[in-house]
Design a binder for this molecule. Structure first.
Ligand SMILES: [Zn+2]
Length: 334
């Protein structure tokens, strides 16, 4: 009877308890695997853990809503808004480091009461939602978004410093071959010695390099009158429209229009020119502005960055070329 019970017990064990234990083991190990996979995914996302600046408060200018967003997620939306996705990866990585630096600079020099930065490019820094971004791209949109994400991830936690402080990382589209001093654009910037005149080759290969604006004499007068009501120009006198002075990078500093002398930056804004790097010619009834480059010309040229990347420069090479005497540091090291 006792023996019978032992057999019965062994039978129960084999049929029920053992499989249950084994299954439990299998379930546990597959759970562990899944957990490991999940951790791996999370690790890619959070390869770099910011001690500070990990989350930023982003103000959406059109809705006036403030959104809290992870720094590197925010940067994907900035980089994809600021630079063409078909640019070289090293240029996009340079743009990501520039955007991160600019964001940290803004967090420390706030313009908005309840937010660190806004999504208006005229005020802070451009930003685009993923939905809008994908809608405006052609071809393999997800692959393009992945490229942006990769470029941001590969620069995790990197920022540009001068004297151990994040720099004011200005950038523009095309320098026309030479960048500009901030003093010749905004009249200040002597506290930013990393912004110098530097030369870059290859920018003439981009559509942003050459442009022209042709205006009739009437249009010239009409546009100038919005600022100078008493403007008078003798179009038959060659001395009446004349460039008087150039900046150290060769851009127009001062230009004469009849009874007024105006700055190159003012002329750029009044006549809608792409840059202050222009020449003037008179053709019959028209005045032609032949313009080189696109943007204010200060700091990194985006097309210059792409051109350098095509010649083998890394993101770090690009940044050190456009910002003189800077270092690339880990955000957490500050
Ligand atoms: Zn703003």
């Amino acid at each position: 009877m006792k023996k019978g019970f032992i057999y019965f017990f062994a039978f129960v064990c084999i049929c029920f308890i053992l499989p249950a234990v084994l299954t439990q083991g299998i379930t546990t190990s597959s759970k562990a695997e899944k957990h490991e996979e999940k951790n791996e995914e999370e690790n890619v996302e959070s390869e770099y853990v910011y001690n500070k600046y990990g989350t930023i408060k982003l103000l959406h200018a059109d809705t006036n809503q403030v959104e809290e967003v992870a720094m590197d997620t925010y940067l994907c939306h900035v980089v994809s808004a600021e630079m063409p996705v078909d640019f070289e990866k090293e240029a996009l990585k340079a743009q990501a480091i520039v955007a991160r630096t600019y964001t940290i600079y803004k967090i420390n020099n706030k313009k908005h009461d309840n937010a660190d930065i806004c999504d208006d490019s005229n005020c802070c820094q451009a930003w685009i939602s993923k939905e809008d971004r994908l809608a405006r791209w052609d071809g393999d949109k997800e692959a393009k978004w992945n490229k942006i994400e990769e470029c941001v991830k590969e620069t995790n936690g990197k920022m540009i410093t001068y004297n151990n402080q994040p720099i004011n990382a200005f950038f523009h589209s095309n320098s026309g071959g030479k960048t500009e001093l901030p003093v010749d654009v905004w009249g200040g910037g002597s506290n930013m010695p990393y912004l110098q005149v530097v030369e870059t080759s290859g920018e003439d290969g981009y559509t942003q390099y050459n442009s022209e604006v042709e205006l009739t004499k009437e249009e010239i007068l009409e546009k100038l009158k919005t600022k100078y009501a008493d403007i008078q120009i003798d179009f038959n006198n060659n001395e009446d429209i004349k460039i008087l002075e150039y900046t150290s990078s060769g851009r127009v500093k001062t230009i004469k229009f009849g009874n007024h002398e105006i700055s190159g930056t003012e002329a750029r804004s009044i006549f809608g020119l792409r840059s202050t790097n222009f020449e003037i010619s008179k053709e019959e009834e028209k005045i032609k502005f032949t313009v080189k480059g696109y943007g204010h010309g200060v700091g990194m040229s985006q097309t210059g960055a792409d051109s350098m990347a095509k010649s083998g420069s890394t993101a770090e090479d690009i940044i050190k070329h456009f910002y003189v005497g800077v270092e690339i540091k880990d955000v957490n090291s500050l």
